[in-house]
Write a protein that binds this ligand. Sequence first.
Ligand code: CTP
Length: 403
Amino acid sequence: MLKGKEIILGVTGGIAAYKAVELLRLLTKAGANVHVIMTDSATEFVTPLTFQTLSMNPVSTSLFNLISEREIGHISLADRADLFIITPATANIVGKLAGGIADDMLTTTVMATKAPILVAPAMNVNMYQNPIYKANEEKLKSHGYLFVEPAKGMLACGWEGEGKLQEPRVIFEEALAALSPKDLTGERVLVTAGPTREELDPIRFISNYSSGKMGYAVAIAARRRGAQVTLVTGPACLDEPWGVDTVQVVSTENMREVVIKKAAESTIVIKSAAVADYRPKSRTGEKIKKNAEPLVLELVKNPDILGELGKTKGDRLLVGFAAETGDLLANAAKKLMEKNLDMVVANEIGLEGAGFNVDTNIVKLLFRDGRKEDLPLMGKIELADVILDRIVEIRKQARGARC
Ligand code: CTP
C-alpha cells in the first residue's frame, strides 16, 4: 500500500524524536520514499545523519537549503507528498501551524502542501491539557488535520498522564488509514477470526491450525477504510489491532454468544473464524488420567453461528469462508445457499501459500447471483482489501436496485 508513496516526515524537538527513527524504518520497509524535515531543536535530540542514512534521502533542516538550483526545496517536497506526518509534534509546532506561521523549512512545507497531514503530539501533561494547546489542536482539526492522540503513561519530564507519543506502530497504522479510501464509513463491521477451542479437561483441548491472520487482516483493512469494527477472536498469537474493538473468546459457544449480540448492531458480518463443529460432551474438572483401556471421546454438535445469522439476515451483508480439501466450488456454493450468504471466500487447504498459518492465500469468491471470481496468490492484507472492495460493490448494487 505504501509502495511508491512519497511521505514527508517532520520531526520537532522533543525527547520522543528517537521514536521517529522507528517510524521511518516502518515506512521505508513498507516501500515508501520518505523525506525527513527536522526543526533546529529536533537536531539537538537526534542527528540528521541518522534519518539520512535510514531514509536514503537528504534531510532538510533549513529553509534556504535548496534541493537543486532550479527547485525551491519546500515547494517541491510539498507538491510531491502523498502524506505529511509530524512526529513528535510539540505544543510549539501545533501553535505555529494553527497561527499560520511559516518561518522554517517544516512550517513552510506544511503550509504549501495539499497532502493529508497527520500530527502525533508529545508533550508534558499540563501543556497537553492547556486550553491554548487544545484550541490550537481543534483549529487544525477543523481544517482537516488528522491527529494521533497521545498515550497516557510516565512522561520524560517525570509527570504521569496524557502526552506520551503513541507507539510508532500506531502512528504507522494511522498513516495507512490516512491513505485509504473511506468507502466503509458508516458501516459497522463484525469480523470473526482464529480457531475456537473445546476443552476436554483443564489442560487439553480440541482445536485447529487457524492462526487468525485472515480475519485480523480483514478487521484492520475495514477500519482503515472508515468502518467501525468489532473483532471477535478465538485464541490467536497476534497483537490486537489498533482502533478495533476486540473481544477474546475461547469456545464456539462463547463465540456464538458474543457474535449473536454484536451482530444485532452490525451492518456487515464477515465470519472468517475456523469454528469447531463439535465439542466434548463433558469437560472434566480434573485432568484425565491414563489407564490400560482405550479412551473414547463423545462429541456433541456445536451451534452453526453463521447458519443462525443467515436465518435473521435482513439487510445485513453476510460473508462466510469455506476451507475445503476437495470439491471446493460445490461445497462453497452449498454453504452460500444453505447459510443465506452474500459472498463466500473459498480456499483449498493444502495448496502451497494458501490457508492456515501463512501470510498469503489463494481463494475463489462466489456470489449470490452465481458469479465466481478466481484470485491469484496474494498477501492476506491485500486479499482483505479485495474482499472489502467486493462488499462495497454489493452494497452499491443493492442501493441501485432500490432506487
Ligand atoms: N461457521 C460457523 N459456525 C460453525 C461452523 C462454521 O459460523 N459451527 C462458519 C465459519 O466461520 C465459516 C463458514 O461457517 O464462515 C463455513 O465454515 P466451514 O467450517 O468451512 O463449514 P461448516 O459449515 O462447518 O461445514 P463443514 O465443516 O461440513 O465443511
